[in-house]
Design a protein around this ligand. Structure first.
Ligand SMILES: O=C(CO)[C@@H](O)[C@H](O)COP(=O)(O)O
Length: 221
């Protein structure tokens, strides 16, 4: 049986109360905290860095999944590992040496992953599948929360699921962007097992009600 994980994205949280926000969302049933890092270079938005990751680390026991939307990637990896990240993912287009970046993340004791924008081919995986612990399929173009799910992502999730099954490895398949109660089951049916949701959770007053509703949808898959 598939283990489904719900990973609220801090991008839609109240940054003035971030410690309280991550505590509340974990108490509401979140399995992972998704930590979006944007540099105003690789993506046209700017968020937070390792200091903020370090600041929230004592507030939660669940894994922190750091999604690097930065270029270059390598020089910031050790800082996030030291700040308490458990999973670090990056976009293959943002790294000059994908294999080296994956190895660097693993050498720092974290799980490593690659992120695929809507128009980025999965072929980047071909020679590095043995070093990947997570594949993250973007169902929006990265940079902002609150965008609409791009339905073509479902086909890519199916393709990624086939590659994972062929590899025989235990690789998490995460989807990110526009995930709501209404479409989470479709993403799960396509093969995703980890679901990032920002505005759908932090945009509602009752985090537990949303996460429970998502789990109800997942239980029927
Ligand atoms: O990485 C990103 C955006 O670049 C995402 O993690 C979003 O933050 C998800 O937000 P919603 O689409 O769920 O509101």
């Amino acid at each position: 049986m598939t283990t489904f994980r719900i990973a609220p994205s801090i991008l839609s949280a109240d940054f003035a109360r971030l410690g309280e926000e991550v505590r509340n969302v974990v108490a509401a049933g979140a399995d992972i905290i998704h930590f979006d890092v944007m540099d105003n270079h690789y993506v046209p938005n700017l968020t937070v860095g390792p200091l903020v990751c370090q600041a929230i680390r004592p507030h939660v026991q669940v894994p922190i999944d750091v999604h690097l939307m930065v270029k270059p990637v390598d020089r910031i990896i050790p800082d996030f590992a030291k700040a308490g990240a458990n999973i670090i993912t990056f976009h293959p287009e943002a790294s000059d040496h994908i294999d080296r970046s994956l190895q660097l993340i693993r050498d720092h004791g974290c799980k490593a992953g690659l992120v695929f924008n809507p128009a980025t081919p999965l072929s980047y995986l071909e020679h590095v599948m043995d070093k990947v612990d997570m594949i993250l399929i973007m169902s929006v173009n990265p940079g902002f929360g609150g965008q609409s799910f791009i339905p073509q992502a479902l086909k890519k999730i199916e393709q990624a699921r086939r590659l994972i099954d062929e590899s025989g490895r235990d690789i998490m398949l995460e989807v990110d962007g526009g995930i709501k109660v209404e479409n989470i089951a479709a993403a799960a049916k396509a093969g995703a097992d980890t679901f990032v949701a920002g505005s759908a959770i932090f945009g509602q007053p009752d985090y537990k009600a949303v996460i429970d509703a998502m789990r109800t949808q997942l239980a029927a898959v």
